[in-house]
Write a protein that binds this ligand. Structure first.
Ligand SMILES: [Zn+2]
Ligand SMILES: [Zn+2]
Length: 267
C-alpha cells in the first residue's frame, strides 16, 4: 500500500489503499488547503518528478528538491562529535541523497522542529538503519505516520548527546523545537530554528508567528518567554527554515533586538 504525501505541506501519511480524505495539517488554521483542492503524491512519483538539491548553506549541507516542493524548507546535515544529525526534513529522499549523506558518515539522529517539516521522516529513518527521530510530545497529535523510531520527548529541554540539545519554544506550535549546537559557527555556537524563530527576509532579525501564511501573531507573554529561553544560550548564527535564510553572525544580539522590536510593535 502506498504512503500518500500531501502536495501542499509535504506530510507523508500511514499506508492506505486510497488517499486520506483530508490533511489535518493543511486544515489547521496555521496552514491552508491547496487552492485547487487537496492533492496527493507518493515518494515513488516524486522520484520521477523531482531531483535532489544538495548545496552548501553557510557551512552545512542543505537538502531539498528541484523543483521545490510543498512548503519549500530545506533540511540541514549537522556534523557533531556524536554523529550527524538531520535537522528538519525534506520530502524527497532518493539514491543521490542517501549516497551523499552516507559518504559523509550517515545519520545518528533526526530532529524536527514541528509538523510542517515531518514529511517523509520515517523513510529517512528507515534509509539510515532506523535512527531515532526526536519529536516533542506536545506535537504528537500531528504525526500522521508513526514508527517505533519516533522518540517523543517532553518538558523544556532534551539533550540528544553531549553535542546538541533540543529546546521547546512556544508560539508557532506547543511542541515547537529548536536545536542548539554549541560547536556550530566555528565554535561560537548556532541555533537551528526552522520557523519557530523565523529568520526574516533581510536576514537581520527573527520573527514569531502562530501562523505565517495566515498572519496570526503571538502575544507579548509568548514573545517574552521566547526571549528568556534563548538568553542563556551561546550562539552567533541562526539557521532558519529556508535556503540562505541564515543570520550569519551576531545572531544573539539580533534575536534580542527582535524580541524588543516585536514587543514594541504589539504594545
Ligand atoms: Zn497537508
Ligand atoms: Zn511552520
Amino acid at each position: 500500500m502506498p504512503c500518500f504525501i500531501c502536495v501542499q505541506c509535504g506530510m507523508q501519511f500511514a499506508p492506505s489503499i486510497d488517499p486520506p480524505e483530508s490533511c489535518p495539517i493543511c486544515e489547521d488554521v496555521r496552514q491552508f488547503v491547496r487552492w485547487d483542492g487537496q492533492a496527493w503524491t507518493t515518494l515513488d512519483e516524486m522520484r520521477r518528478t523531482h531531483a535532489a538539491r544538495l548545496e552548501n548553506d553557510h557551512g552545512l549541507l542543505g537538502i531539498s528538491s528541484k523543483p521545490g516542493f510543498a512548503i519549500g524548507q530545506r533540511a540541514l546535515l549537522v556534523p557533531t562529535a556524536d554523529g550527524n544529525i538531520l535537522w528538519d526534513c525534506s520530502a524527497l529522499i532518493d539514491d543521490e541523497i542517501v549516497g551523499r549523506i552516507s559518504e559523509m558518515g550517515g545519520l545518528s539522529a533526526i530532529c524536527i522542529s514541528h509538523c510542517h517539516y515531518y514529511t517523509t521522516m520515517i523513510e529517512w529513518s528507515d534509509a539510515f538503519g532506523g535512527v531515532p527521530i526526536y519529536l516533542h510530545e506536545d506535537n504528537r497529535k500531528w504525526v500522521q505516520r508513526d514508527s517505533k523510531a519516533v522518540v517523543y520527548w517532553s518538558g523544556e529541554e532534551f539533550e540528544i548527546s553531549g553535542s546538541a540539545t533540543l529546546l521547546r519554544v512556544p508560539g508557532h506550535f506547543a511542541g515547537g523545537t529548536i536545536l542548539h549546537w554549541p560547536q556550530g559557527a566555528g565554535g561560537a555556537g548556532a541555533l537551528l530554528s526552522g520557523d519557530i524563530l523565523q529568520v526574516t527576509q533581510d536576514r537581520l532579525f527573527v520573527s514569531f508567528m502562530y501562523s505565517y501564511p495566515n498572519y496570526i501573531p503571538v502575544n507579548a507573554k509568548t514573545v517574552t518567554r521566547i526571549g528568556e529561553i534563548i538568553e542563556p544560550l551561546a550562539f552567533d548564527r541562526i539557521y532558519g527554515a529556508f535556503w540562505q535564510r541564515v543570520i550569519d553572525s551576531d545572531a544573539k544580539a539580533a534575536s534580542r533586538a527582535s524580541v524588543e522590536r516585536y514587543l514594541r510593535a504589539i504594545s
